[in-house]
Design a protein around this ligand. Structure first.
Ligand code: PEP
Length: 253
C-alpha cells in the first residue's frame, strides 16, 4: 500500500499569524493522522520554523519548503538551500511546481539538479509535473509528462526514485476551478506509473506515491482519491481554508 498524502501548498499567501492560526486550527481538527497517511504543509520560507514548532512531534505530519536551490550554500542571493531547511527540521520540498517552471523559467534539467541535491541531503522531493491547456488540446499530454519524468528523474537509481513523491498537476486545472475529471486524472497517472515501471520495474513503480493537483476541493477529493493511481492530492486554494483542507485529509483512502 502506497502512502496516501494530502499536501497543502500555501504559495505566497498568509501572514505569519494567519499561517500559524490556520495550521493550529487544521491540526486541532485532524488530531491524528493514521499510519499509511501523510499530511504535508508547504509553507512560505519565513514560516518554516514556526510551522515546524506547531507540528511538534505529531506523527505523519510534515512541513515542506515550496522550493529549494540546486546548491548547498554560497553566493546565491535570495535562494533557499537544503541545509537551511534541514537546520529548522524540514525534510520535504516541492520541486518544479508549474509556477516555478512558468514564471522563473525552471527547466527539466535544472529541476534534475534540485532533485539530486534534495536526495543527497535526505530531503524528500515532491516533484511536480503536468501539461498546459495547449498541450492537452493537441493530445500530446502523455509524451509531454513522459519527457518531464525522463529529463528530471530517470537518471535516479531505483532506490532513489522510491524516495520521490510525484504530483501530477495539469496547469489548466491549477487555481482555475477546472478539475481534471477523475477519469482524465487516472488515465494520465496510470500512464505515469507505467512509464516509471518501464524504467524501474513494476515493483518499484508501485511504491511511488503519485498525487493529483488542480482545484482539489472537498466535493471532488473522495472521487479523485478513490482512483487506483491517485494517492492523494497537492492542494492550493482549498488548503487555505481549514475546514476544506480537513475534509480533503478525511477523503484520503
Ligand atoms: C497547486 O498550487 O499546486 C494547486 C493545485 O492549486 P489549486 O488547488 O488552487 O488548483
Amino acid at each position: 500500500m502506497r502512502t496516501q498524502i494530502a499536501a497543502a501548498n500555501w504559495k505566497m499567501n498568509l501572514t505569519l499569524q494567519q499561517g500559524q492560526d490556520l495550521l493550529s486550527n487544521i491540526l486541532s481538527k485532524s488530531t491524528s493522522v493514521r499510519e499509511g497517511h501523510a499530511v504535508i504543509f508547504a509553507v512560505p520560507a519565513p514560516y518554516l520554523q514556526a510551522a515546524k514548532e506547531i507540528v511538534g512531534d505529531r506523527q505523519n505530519v510534515y512541513i515542506s519548503a515550496q522550493n529549494i536551490y540546486s546548491k548547498v550554500s554560497g553566493a546565491y542571493t535570495g535562494e533557499l538551500s537544503v541545509e537551511m531547511i534541514k537546520s529548522v527540521g524540514v525534510y520535504h520540498s516541492l520541486i518544479g511546481h508549474s509556477e516555478r517552471r512558468d514564471y522563473f523559467g525552471e527547466s527539466n534539467q535544472f529541476l534534475a539538479e534540485k532533485v539530486d541535491i534534495a536526495l543527497a541531503n535526505d530531503v524528500t522531493p515532491i516533484f511536480c509535473l503536468g501539461e498546459s491547456l495547449e498541450i492537452r488540446e493537441s493530445g500530446k499530454q502523455n509524451e509531454f509528462v513522459a519527457t518531464q519524468l525522463e529529463e528530471s528523474l530517470f537518471h535516479l537509481s531505483a532506490d532513489q526514485i522510491t524516495k520521490v513523491i510525484i504530483a501530477y498537476e495539469p496547469i489548466w486545472a491549477i487555481g482555475t476551478g477546472k478539475t481534471a475529471s477523475s477519469e482524465q486524472a487516472e488515465e494520465i497517472q496510470k500512464f505515469l506509473r507505467e512509464h516509471l515501471a518501464s524504467k524501474y520495474g513494476q515493483a518499484i513503480s508501485d511504491q511511488i506515491s503519485i498525487l493529483y493537483g488542480g482545484s482539489v476541493k472537498p466535493g471532488n477529493a473522495k472521487e479523485l482519491f478513490s482512483q487506483p493511481d491517485i494517492d492523494g492530492g497537492l492542494v492550493g486554494g482549498a488548503s487555505l481554508v481549514a475546514d476544506d483542507f480537513v475534509a480533503i485529509i478525511d477523503a484520503l483512502n
